[in-house]
Design a protein around this ligand. Sequence first.
Ligand SMILES: [Zn+2]
Length: 80
Amino acid sequence: MDVRVGDLLQMKKPHPCGGNTFLVGRVGMDFRIKCQTCGHEVMVPRAKVEKNIRKIIRDGAEVEKAPKKAPPSREQERQK
Ligand SMILES: [Zn+2]
């Protein structure tokens, strides 16, 4: 998953303060993310962050998530 410094992450699991939007301050083995509701900064392992991301917001727009493998087209199956 492509996460960059300055991205806003909307998480599935909210911070104890109730906010679920975090600003990315640093990426690497661990991410440093800052809760946009209470301003608390936390270091979280990359794997844990990625599992928790609902949305990535960059420059005010939602970033498309990495495309998964395209499922086989139903139209083509029907034509058999
Ligand atoms: Zn918070």
